[in-house]
Design a protein around this ligand. Structure first.
Ligand SMILES: [Fe+2]
Ligand SMILES: [Fe+2]
Length: 271
C-alpha cells in the first residue's frame, strides 16, 4: 500500500495548498491512502466541517486532530456522523468522537488510522502508550488490516521516539505531528515500521510554527497579552512522509520525506 501522510494544515495557506496540490500529488505518487492532520486548519485553531469536506473532496481519506481538536465547536456533532475524522484516542472515556478509523480501499484492503496525543509538556491525558497498544491489538497488522498508521501528536521528540520503538513491527507508519517543523530522521525501524519524529506542518514557513512572526515573537519578549495570533499568509509548503508497505505483512518497504511548494527546499519521494 502506498501511503501519504501530511502534517498539520495551518490556516488558509495550508488549506489552499492542500486542495490545489493534493489531487496531482495523489496521482503522481499513485497513493492508495492519504491521511492529513487538520487540527490547525481554521485560522490556526481547529477544523470546521466544511474544511474537512473540502479535504475529502481533494483526495484525503482520513483526517487526524490533536490538542486543537475542539477549537471549532461545530466539529463535535460532525464527528458523530463523519468517522473519517479522528481525535486523540487517549482523550478520557465519554469524550465525543473516536480515536481511530479503519479505511477500506476500493480494492477491499483495510488501513487502520490512530490519532494519539503525548503527555510531555501537553495536557494531562490518559496513557497514550496503553491506548495505542490496545487499539493495535484489536486490529492485528497483516491479518485484520493491511496497514496501520499512528499519528503521534506530541511536543517531545523523546516521547514520539518511544512510541515508535514501542510499536515497531506492529504498525506500518508511526509519525509525529504538532511541532510544525519536519525532522530529517525518517527511516524504517528494525522491526519494519516506518518512522518520522515530525512530519512538519503544511503552512507558510516564513512564520513561527505557521503564525505571523511579529506577534508570535513578541510573546517571548514581553509578559503582556500579545496581539491575537493569526496564520502567516504566504505560500505553504506541504510537508509529510510517504511510505510503501508490503500488504502481506503491513510493514514498510520504502519511506521518503515530502516537501512541496512554498519556501522550504523541495523534496519528492523517488519511488
Ligand atoms: Fe498543530
Ligand atoms: Fe497541536
Amino acid at each position: 500500500m502506498r501511503i501519504l501522510f501530511l502534517g498539520d494544515i495551518v490556516g488558509r495557506s495550508g488549506r489552499d495548498a492542500l486542495t490545489d496540490k493534493l489531487p496531482g500529488l495523489r496521482a503522481a505518487l499513485r497513493a492508495d491512502l492519504v491521511v492529513v492532520n487538520g487540527e490547525n486548519a481554521s485560522h490556526g485553531f481547529g477544523l470546521a466541517p466544511e474544511m474537512a469536506r473540502a479535504f475529502f473532496l481533494a483526495g484525503t481519506d482520513v483526517i487526524t486532530l490533536g490538542n486543537h481538536a475542539w477549537d471549532r465547536k461545530e466539529i463535535i456533532p460532525y464527528l458523530e456522523v463523519e468517522h473519517r475524522v479522528v481525535r486523540p484516542i487517549n482523550f478520557p472515556p465519554g469524550t465525543p468522537g473516536r480515536g481511530s478509523f479503519v479505511a477500506v480501499l476500493d480494492d477491499g484492503r483495510k488501513a487502520l488510522v490512530i490519532n494519539v496525543m503525548g503527555r510531555l509538556f501537553m495536557d494531562a491525558l490518559d496513557d497514550p502508550f496503553r491506548a495505542v497498544q490496545a487499539e493495535l491489538q484489536k486490529h492485528p497488522l497483516g491479518r485484520a488490516v493491511q496497514a496501520a498508521v499512528v499519528d503521534v501528536h506530541a511536543e517531545a521528540s523523546s516521547e514520539k521516539q518511544a512510541m515508535g520503538h514501542s510499536f515497531d513491527g506492529l504498525a506500518s507508519l508511526i509519525v509525529g505531528t504538532h511541532t510544525h517543523a519536519p525532522t530529517a530522521d525518517h527511516q524504517i525501524l528494525a522491526g519494519g515500521t516506518a518512522y518520522m519524529t515530525d512530519a512538519g506542518m503544511c503552512g507558510d514557513y516564513d512564520s513561527i510554527i505557521g503564525m505571523q512572526k511579529g506577534a508570535a515573537a513578541l510573546r517571548f519578549w514581553k509578559k503582556v497579552p500579545g496581539e491575537k495570533l493569526a496564520p502567516a499568509e504566504g505560500e505553504a509548503t506541504l510537508c509529510g512522509v510517504f511510505v510503501e508497505t508490503d500488504d502481506a505483512t503491513g510493514l514498510a518497504k520504502q519511506v521518503g520525506a515530502l516537501r512541496v511548494g512554498g519556501r522550504l527546499s523541495q523534496l519528492m519521494p523517488g519511488f
